[in-house]
Ligand binder design. Structure first.
Ligand code: FAD
Length: 396
């Protein structure tokens, strides 16, 4: 049987310990950890290939520079996993670690960045460098004269989301059924016992929603309302240009969230500008106003973009869109639902690629009982029981 098969083994029915719905980076990562833990796992993906919905729209960047202890811990574990990915899976994920640079033009910018670096240190992140405006420009000469402070962490960076997704999938022992859409969840009394798909039924001890923007609609099939919103986010790509510093880190305007990083001889750009929530979409429309906004946004802190803008042609630019799936505290939903048999590993917002290793490992520890539900900070019940802490977080 080809593991990237399009038929269900017994023609009408398959059984497994764990049925994962969704073959994006989160579904593939969870399959990797689940099969290492000995769970017989099936992944169903409605598209013909893995990682083609939100995952393919990602800038594929990662950072440990968060300001909440739980996220710093997730990212430290995840970055260590990326650094060892080749040994663990045999796959080359195109790891780059030129760092993440957060810059500000605020009059008290140095004091602000020092406060953030101290908060991060208190969260266990002790390798963030604090820079004055002058120190920032000495190290990164293309940074604007108006910058008053910055933080930099060298081990942050980016990778290939496609290679990561397929790296997890190939190194797992799971069966992947592509071109297979879940149309309903199977119930026995109050319990979920698998799913009905366009290629037959799959029975499972546990059914796990990793369906990105569609996780909320799938949970609704079982009568569960998840506190999730989908919001469009776009990525601009720019081809080769001589002015782009190829060794630059990810540069983030900490005052606005506009960001860019080099990609080959070109660059990629993102900015979580205000957008209304929308229904889950298979094809997310792009908006050709976005390139002008994001280029002006990053030119504020890296003014050489103003020169690049003057020479740009439409053919130099590419635009893709996807949706961030977000819970109210912008942290993922991981773990059991109130319905027996139905589990979640979803709602990673703008962090699903970077958090995929630790999020999936944590989910599998919960599935196998290695981690107690009460010790899980990402439990879906945190909103209903009032235990969640809306922390300070920049949407990137
Ligand atoms: C513009 C943009 C930039 C981003 N940049 C970054 C970044 O730099 N770093 C980072 O870490 N994250 C980034 N993200 C976020 C990241 O892309 C997501 O968090 C991540 O891809 C989510 O992965 P997922 O597997 O949960 O969802 P998805 O990739 O959406 O996968 C879900 C899968 O489920 C499948 N599915 C849905 N319904 C069904 C069904 N009924 N039956 C079968 N299959 C189904 C879908 O086809 C899809 O393949 C960015 C996102 C966007 C949009």
């Amino acid at each position: 049987m080809n593991r990237f098969s399009i038929s269900i083994p017994t023609a009408t029915r398959a059984t497994c310990d764990l049925l994962i719905i969704g073959g994006g980076v989160i579904g593939a990562a969870t399959a990797f950890y689940a099969t290492r833990a000995g769970l017989h796992t099936i992944v169903v993906e409605k598209r013909a290939t893995l990682g083609e919905l939100t995952t393919s729209a990602s800038l594929a960047a990662f950072r440990a520079q968060f300001s909440e202890r739980v996220n710093v811990a997730l990212m430290q574990e995840s970055i260590t996993m990326f650094e060892n990915f080749r040994e663990l899976t045999g796959a080359d994920i195109g790891l780059h670690q030129p760092g993440y640079l957060f810059v500000t033009t605020a009059p008290d910018g140095y004091a602000q960045t020092r406060a953030r670096a101290e908060l991060q240190r208190a969260c266990g992140l002790d390798d963030v460098e604090l820079l004055t405006g002058k120190e920032t420009r000495a190290r990164f000469p293309y940074i604007a004269a108006e910058i008053t402070g910055a933080t930099f962490r060298q081990r942050d960076g980016w990778l290939s989301a496609h290679e990561l997704t397929y790296g997890y999938a190939r190194a797992s022992a799971a069966q992947f059924f592509v071109s297979t859409q879940v149309t309903d969840l199977l119930r026995a009394g109050d319990a979920v016992i698998g799913a009905r798909t366009t290629r037959g039924e799959i029975h499972a001890a546990r059914t796990l929603l990793c369906a990105g923007p569609f996780s909320g609609a799938l949970a609704q099939l079982a009568g569960i309302a998840l506190p999730l919103e989908n919001v469009r986010r776009q990525q601009l790509t720019l081809g080769k240009h001589a002015l782009i510093p190829r060794a630059a880190p990810m540069v983030v305007d900490a005052d606005t969230g506009a960001h860019w990083r080099p990609e080959g001889q070109g660059a990629v750009f993102g900015w979580a500008r205000p957008e209304p929530p929308s229904a889950p979409l298979d094809d997310v429309p792009t908006d050709w106003d976005f390139p002008a906004h994001v280029l002006a946004g990053v030119a504020r802190v890296t003014p050489f973009w103003n020169v690049v803008i003057e020479t740009l042609k439409r053919a130099d630019l590419g635009l893709v869109a996807g949706q961030y799936t977000e819970a109210p505290d912008l942290n993922p939903l991981i773990g059991a639902t109130p319905l027996e048999g139905l589990w979640l590993n979803t709602a990673y917002g703008g962090h699903g690629v970077m958090m995929s290793p630790a999020g999936a490992r944590l989910c599998v520890d919960l599935l196998t009982g290695k981690l107690a539900a009460a010790a899980n900070p990402f439990r879906a019940t945190r909103f209903a029981d009032g235990s969640y802490q809306p922390g300070e977080k920049m949407v990137l």
